[in-house]
Design a protein around this ligand. Sequence first.
Ligand SMILES: *Cc1c(COP(=O)(O)O)cnc(C)c1O
Length: 363
Amino acid sequence: MLETTESSVTAVFPVDHVKVSRRSEVDYNKLKFGDIFADHMFEIRCKNGEWSQGQIMPYGPIEMMPSANILHYGQGCFEGMKAFRYKDGDVNIFRIKEHHHRFSNSCKRLNIPVVPLEVFRDAIVQLVDLDRDWVPGEKYKALYLRPFVIATEEFLGVKPSTSYRFYVISGPVGNYYSEGIKPIRLTTMPDYVRAVKGGVGDAKAPGNYAASLKPTQEAMNQGYAQVLWLDAMERVYVEEVGAMNMFFVLDGKLITSPLTGTILPGITRKSVIELAKEWGMDVEERPISIYELIEASKSGRLTEAFGSGTAAVISPVGYIHHKGDAIQLDQEKMGPVAKKLYNTITGIHHGDVEDPADWCTVI
Ligand SMILES: *Cc1c(COP(=O)(O)O)cnc(C)c1O
């Protein structure tokens, strides 16, 4: 059912409207992730450090020269965030400023001009407002937002591009747990690494994901959902999973890897830490050895493991394989800490739980 509300957003960017919306063709009971895109997209260009006038246009193919930097050397980066619907029909965007802050850091690391906060925020707010009928009405579903920037200069030399384009595309996504929450199985892949200190592991840069595809495929062939990345130097300390940060409940304390440049600073990770601290839990950000975890799981001190990320919010982990040994946890259901975090964060998304610190931008 569509619950359209009056727009309260001041239009900043000119809009080229679609002639006919594709919204009615989409079956909202069968939403998956990332295969359906809403009617409009945002584009702004940057030449020699100057941003032009941005515009909103129908979602569709973009043209660039085959020599564009992004296609060869991958100078680009992206974000992943969501807009949700409250019960009263209002639409909100989760932690937009935090996403801009991280996007800016990714841009800086890739030597890309930073997209100003006003452009990032106004573009996303106006785009979501325009396509607000695309925001699902049901709890746990969302409009996924994918802002990204690409280097478009027509030049094959390896140097920073002089021209860039920033886009925002969006699309409705389903409940990650439409078939019930089942803890996932992970494996380490000690022959591969994701990131090294000083590299680009803490940026949402395309190459990180391209490099993860082969080891992830190997893990899947062995019956695991994802790879649990270990640090590149000693290959002992737990870093993160494909697009999720990792948390462990050990002796009743919440522990997660520190942000030392090799893991992505997740906004969900930040939200989890802020909530847990508010609840009076001890939270430790420190290196976590896989062997410490194996031992703690055998002695019963490790009670939960879960990932955090925009897509699944909280994803319980039931089993982690490492070199013939394993961390074994509840393989049937989410643990109490993960469950409380999942209920609270999804509650905030949909207005069932009070927004603790203006995390949601209502539009
Ligand atoms: C996006 C991402 C995360 C999670 O970040 P959120 O802001 O919580 O979605 C974690 N790890 C990697 C590698 C990612 O790309």
